[in-house]
Design a binder for this molecule. Structure first.
Ligand SMILES: Nc1ncnc2c1ncn2[C@@H]1O[C@H](COP(=O)(O)OP(=O)(O)OP(=O)(O)O)[C@@H](O)[C@H]1O
Ligand SMILES: Nc1nc2c(ncn2[C@@H]2O[C@H](COP(=O)(O)O)[C@@H](O)[C@H]2O)c(=O)[nH]1
Length: 311
């Protein structure tokens, strides 16, 4: 609103050029969602859930026929029949579906690809090998894969955001979370700080049909292996020891003594590679991230991950 000559207010003058630019941008964003669906880079379940969680998103603005028509093997005739059987009008946007229609879409998507099951994926490896960097690439390029946000008692590094990179908690809070069995696994890492994977958010993501990536240490990986035999354990290895040290020093976030402590743990972690389902060498971030995703997709197509047992 802007003030008028009489001190009142009136709606801001519409700016047709700005509105036109916004419309073009929105169209582009919807086209990107359709491309990702067509290429398999994003799954239909992920797109639908995003549409229902974020009403303003490009996913929510996508019309249902455009959404369905982007799935492999669905031509216009099958889309029309499907819309009729799901009781959805052709002009409807994905985000505007009612609860019953959403349930019908979910059920149909589950039937379409019953072989695909969400999996718990562990990405472990020595300090500074690039776990966080590779996980970030996966997060940016493959949003259908969820990432668990761990709780930790260590202090945030510059630029780290509470709730995004970690939930930074006090020792007392961590004790309480352990007592209340809130962690799916937890460990004291590098003999210094405690880190744990929250059980409830991981279970929620699996329930929504998404695989979940846990970026955790070797002790955590072993606990996951023991509790969830279906989990896939990936080991990220450096091209060489010298390169690992270069990356640790280059990151510049630890003191000399902290680096020494981390490198001691790294030797133990490197020796544990045979315990993992696969080793991926992180020479190039994009290549390593694509290999991680290929392993996840192969595991999803392989067999189901059951409910998380309570322990
Ligand atoms: N393929 C790569 N080539 C060169 N540098 C890389 C590569 N991958 C990661 N790095 C760099 O290595 C450093 C460590 O990466 P990152 O912090 O992701 O490691 P990490 O395994 O998560 O470490 P930590 O376990 O200590 O948290 C960063 O400076 C990052 O930019
Ligand atoms: N067992 C767990 N290990 C975790 C978890 N979250 C992170 N980590 C690992 O800790 C080290 C150090 O991390 P940094 O951020 O302080 O450099 C690294 O190996 C992480 O993978 C967790 O929830 N459980």
């Amino acid at each position: 609103m802007t003030a008028d000559a009489h001190g009142g207010s009136r709606p801001a003058t519409p700016d047709p050029a700005a509105a036109g630019r916004a419309a073009i941008e929105a169209r582009r964003a919807r086209a990107a969602v359709k491309r990702a669906l067509r290429s398999g880079q994003r799954g239909p379940r992920d797109v639908a859930e995003r549409a229902w969680q974020e009403p303003g998103s490009p996913e929510a603005q996508l019309r249902v026929p455009a959404f369905l028509g982007s799935l492999r093997g669905l031509g216009p005739v099958r889309v029309e029949r499907l819309l009729a059987s799901l009781g959805i009008a052709p002009g409807k946007r994905l985000g505007a579906l009612g609860d019953l229609q959403r349930e019908r879409v979910r059920g149909w998507l589950d039937d379409v690809d019953p072989s695909r099951r969400p999996r718990l994926i562990v990405l472990a490896g020595p300090t500074a090998v690039g776990k966080g960097t590779v996980a970030e690439y996966v997060r940016e390029h493959f949003p259908q894969i969820r990432h668990s946000v761990s709780a930790t008692t260590r202090a945030p590094r510059p630029g780290e955001i509470d709730g995004v990179h970690y939930a930074f908690v006090s020792d007392a809070d961590f004790d309480r979370m352990v007592d209340e069995q809130e962690f799916l696994e937890w460990a004291t890492v590098h003999n210094q700080s405690r880190y744990g994977t929250p059980r409830s958010s991981v279970q929620a993501a699996l329930d929504e049909g998404s695989s979940v990536l846990l970026e955790i240490d070797l002790q955590g990986a072993r606990q996951v292996r023991a509790s969830f035999p279906d989990a896939v354990l990936l080991f990220l290895a450096p091209p060489s020891w010298d390169e690992l040290v270069r990356r640790l020093v280059g990151r510049g976030t630890e003191t000399e003594s902290e680096r020494e402590r981390r490198l001691q743990t790294a030797r133990v972690e490197l020796a544990s590679q045979p315990e993992f389902d696969a080793t991926i060498v992180n020479a190039d971030v994009a290549e390593a991230a694509h290999e991680v995703v290929e392993r996840i997709l192969a595991a999803e197509a392989d067999r189901g991950a059951g409910e998380l047992p309570s322990h």
